[in-house]
Design a protein around this ligand. Structure first.
Ligand SMILES: NC(=O)c1ccc[n+]([C@@H]2O[C@H](COP(=O)([O-])OP(=O)(O)OC[C@H]3O[C@@H](n4cnc5c(N)ncnc54)[C@H](O)[C@@H]3O)[C@@H](O)[C@H]2O)c1
Length: 251
């Protein structure tokens, strides 16, 4: 399939994990891909790897908490690829502390990267998309942005819940400009973010028991959903959420 011929995709936090898989899968369907992250070494290596398999891609340094870096990254994207059709607000960090264990500094840092980062990416992408007559924004939230549990990190859950309604607000405010915006809510996915769990067999078993499909998800299983929402197949889908969690929230 080549659903993204002529499309430019911009991914935050794309040097590794789910973002890197999305970069590869968008590229393999002919998109031009802009990978951004604060991890310049893996980001540059990924750009080289994708270029070597024929994907037209660019790696740019971007700390999502800094508005000036978003402006610079979009300016460089416009100069190389002329437009941005699809934005994936994927960059994120996790914190697993309870409310009383969370320092103000940790709270603000998690909110800033996860929620403010998605806000800035969206705010600056909208005028670019308005200019070209439309676009698609996919925000990576979490099952933790929809329901809570006593063990869920307070700052993480709050930041991912903010992304959930940022998504619906974006969808409603810019539907008139043919800009669609949807959120994706992964359950536990086997990336570095879950190292603490995957490196501990007992903890991993406990986790897997809570998942009806009995295993962690894979990055490509989230990426398939992101590509679908970005594609023309989802042309009447906006302001909604797609849960990819092996059945966890159905319980
Ligand atoms: N892995 C899971 O179980 C899981 C579950 C639900 C949601 N998510 C979400 O999926 C997204 C991708 O996470 P992942 O699982 O691939 O983990 P990951 O840790 O492999 O990837 C996260 C990426 O975000 C980047 N990042 C962190 N801070 C940044 C900043 N200030 N500016 C730019 N980039 C920054 C990291 O460098 C990294 O490349 C995150 O938003 C995460 O919260 C993950």
């Amino acid at each position: 399939m080549e659903r993204f011929s002529g499309k430019v995709v911009f991914i935050s936090g794309g040097a590794k994990g789910q973002g890197a898989e999305e970069a590869r899968m968008f590229g393999s369907e002919n998109a031009k891909v802009v990978i951004t992250d604060i991890l310049d070494e893996p980001g540059t290596l990924l750009q080289k790897k994708l270029t070597s398999i024929g994907i037209d891609c660019l790696y740019l340094h971007l700390d999502v908490t800094k508005e000036s870096e978003w402006e610079k990254a979009y300016a460089e994207t416009l100069s190389k690829f002329s437009k941005v059709d699809i934005l994936v607000n994927n960059a994120g960090i996790v914190s697993r502390n309870s409310i009383t264990e969370t320092s103000l500094e940790e709270w603000e840092n998690v909110l800033k990267i996860n929620a403010t980062g998605s806000f800035l990416g969206t705010k600056l992408a909208v005028p670019i998309m308005q200019e070209i007559g439309g676009g698609s924004i996919i925000n990576i939230s979490s099952t933790g942005g929809l329901v809570s549990s006593p063990t869920l990190g307070a700052a993480y859950a709050s930041s991912k819940a903010a992304i959930h309604l940022l998504t619906k607000t974006t969808a409603l405010q810019y539907a008139k400009d043919n800009i669609r915006c949807n959120s994706v809510h992964p359950g536990p996915i086997a990336t570095d973010m879950l190292d603490e769990i995957t490196s501990n067999p007992e903890m991993l078993e406990l986790y897997e028991q809570k998942i009806p499909l009995g295993r962690l998800g894979k990055p490509e299983e989230v990426a398939h959903a992101v590509l679908f929402l970005a594609s023309e197949e989802a042309s009447f889908i906006t302001g909604t959420e797609l849960i990819i969690d092996g059945g966890m929230l159905a319980q």
